[in-house]
Unconditional design. Structure first.
Length: 222
């Protein structure tokens, strides 16, 4: 993967240099929103800007491009639409005078989705998406990624009919691809990624994640 700027490089305002960006990532039903909400309550004494996930920002997943394109061309159009959503959802945080930006998903989700699609569909969407995203000034690249790792069975157990049985988001091969993307990024040190056991009690997860964020804010390695 190409070298990527941090989110702060694209930020504006007097507080841009001191601001740190943290993304909560993982498969659907991994517990990202629960962890994000817990962190917002637990991280006291600092100013935080919260960035909701792509679907919540637009009012639901039905307003996003189809998750499984029929062609690479369709996926390229979808990626441009998603980058427009990215620009809009991080705009307030980039301008905010805060210490921390907490993101429910990040640009890594866009890449992981296409990395996994390649495995499921054979369309070869990832390489093109990687080139487009690397050249774009839109994405807010996180300084730290908290990746919630769960098994496929946990995803199915937690789904509770949120996604239909034929949804790509609860597909075994797709979710294995998502996990592989983050393992690859971790091994290549393309991002500072902390892997967390998503089956831990929510309070325990919040405590562990809070510790990593506090170290980031103090300028230490996680």
């Amino acid at each position: 993967m190409s070298a990527r700027p941090s989110a702060g490089d694209a930020a504006t305002g007097d507080h841009a240099a001191a601001k740190r960006w943290v993304a909560v990532e993982g498969a659907c039903c991994a517990g990202k929103t629960t962890l994000s909400q817990g962190l917002l309550c637990a991280l006291t004494g600092i100013m935080i800007s919260h960035v909701t996930c792509f679907a919540d920002h637009v009012g639901g997943g039905r307003f996003l491009p189809r998750p499984v394109p029929e062609s690479v061309s369709e996926d390229q159009d979808a990626l441009q639409a998603l980058l427009a959503v990215e620009a809009d959802r991080v705009a307030t945080a980039r301008a905010a005078a805060c210490h921390l930006v907490l993101m429910d998903r990040s640009v890594h989700t866009l890449l992981a989705h296409r990395y996994a699609l390649d495995r499921v569909t054979g369309l070869a969407c990832f390489a093109q998406a990687e080139r487009v995203i690397a050249r774009s000034a839109v994405p807010a690249w996180p300084d730290l990624v908290l990746y919630l790792d769960v098994t496929q069975q946990v995803i199915l157990d937690r789904n509770r009919r949120k996604f239909p049985p034929d949804s790509i988001f609860i597909d075994t091969q797709f979710n294995a691809g998502v996990r592989s993307y983050f393992a690859r990024a971790t091994d290549q040190e393309e991002a500072r990624i902390v892997w967390l056991d998503g089956t831990l009690h929510p309070a325990k997860l919040v405590s562990i994640a809070k510790g990593h964020i506090k170290e980031l804010l103090r300028g230490r390695n996680t």
